[in-house]
Design a protein around this ligand. Structure first.
Ligand SMILES: Nc1ncnc2c1ncn2[C@@H]1O[C@H](COP(=O)(O)OP(=O)(O)OP(=O)(O)O)[C@@H](O)[C@H]1O
Ligand SMILES: [Mg+2]
Length: 298
């Protein structure tokens, strides 16, 4: 099950994604947390202090691996939306998987990976979607199981919809704060989600009182979880390190997790959406007509 965390800048995408990830790992799920934001903060938010290998900067070797002996493209022509075909390598959430071994760092049972940041010399010359395209490629070649949890921390606001990365997940989490600006993206998001038939769940974050609840409820009909301002998140932000997750927050996020896991992964939908998005961006010839992702997965 793959879940992308989206929302206005500063709403708490990274924080909520990190709490969700920690709880999933604590509860025994195989967990992969992928940072697809231009500012890479997800690993730090779960307490990892090392450096992650940049998927984006090593896009070439990722392509080379995933392509395997699939002859429908070359490493040079392979588009980030290209679906797997015969001969492609598939990614699985197991410790012996090539991608997991090469591109993730393990921290408290969480596999951490990141698209990387735009290198100094390339600022202004390189589009970030060129880097997080590597995340899209890996997701496109991933065979995850129902109980596996893949969390993707997305770029802020509507930028999350400016590449086809969001169509590679099973659900979008929209994190909103009780502010007009934060809520303003909701209608935009719900339209995109409906158009691609991707469930959108809203997490109301940094809630202080009933006034906040009433305010958000005016605009958004259903909230999947209400999260208060967290003393431990604030302490963590101030002092560094990681703190325990308050029990109310943990319970609310477990509720969201259970709601998500109750929907079986729809491999048919994943495959047809992958083809649709690929054809919008690239050539039919990169799709192997004799390969079925659905069969490979099931
Ligand atoms: N529930 C919460 N309680 C207290 N502080 C919070 C909570 N959620 C987020 N914060 C704080 O709000 C700030 C923004 O959070 P965060 O970095 O997670 O947002 P973001 O949406 O990922 O931002 P960006 O758009 O920059 O990636 C941080 O200082 C974080 O500690
Ligand atoms: Mg963030």
């Amino acid at each position: 099950m793959r879940i992308a965390f989206t929302g206005k800048g500063g709403s708490g995408k990274t924080t909520v994604a990190s709490l969700f990830t920690r709880i999933a790992a604590e509860d025994g799920h195989m967990v992969l947390a992928m940072d697809a934001d231009i500012n890479q903060h997800l690993a730090g938010a779960v307490g990892y202090t090392g450096r992650l290998r940049s998927m984006g900067m090593e896009n070439h070797s990722i392509k080379q691996y995933l392509l395997g002996t699939n002859h429908h493209a070359t490493v040079q022509t392979m588009h980030k939306t290209m679906p797997p075909g015969h001969g492609s390598q598939l990614v699985r959430l197991t410790p012996d998987d090539w991608f997991i071994r090469e591109f993730t760092s393990t921290h408290h049972g969480i596999w951490l990976a990141g698209a990387g940041e735009i290198p100094e010399g390339n600022v202004g010359a390189r589009c970030y979607h060129g880097l997080n395209g590597a995340v899209e490629l890996v997701l496109g070649h991933m065979i995850d199981r129902q109980q596996d949890i893949v969390v993707v921390d997305m770029t802020a606001g509507a930028d999350a919809f400016s590449s086809s990365l969001f169509t590679k997940v099973d659900a979008l989490m929209l994190v909103v704060e009780p502010t007009k600006k934060s809520i303003s993206v909701y209608h935009q998001f719900i339209n995109h989600a409906k158009r691609y038939d991707i469930p959108l769940l809203v997490i109301a974050n940094k809630i202080q009182d009933d006034e906040d609840r009433v305010f958000i409820s005016q605009y958004i009909p259903r909230i999947a979880a209400w999260l208060p301002v967290s003393g431990n998140v604030r302490r963590q932000e101030r002092d560094g390190g990681v703190r325990d997750i308050e029990s109310g927050i943990a319970a609310a996020l477990r509720g969201v997790r259970d709601e998500l896991l109750a929907r079986p992964i729809d491999w048919h939908k994943r495959e047809s959406l992958a083809h649709t998005m690929h054809l919008r961006a690239s050539e039919l010839s990169q799709i192997d007509p004799n390969f079925s992702l659905v069969k490979a997965a099931l």
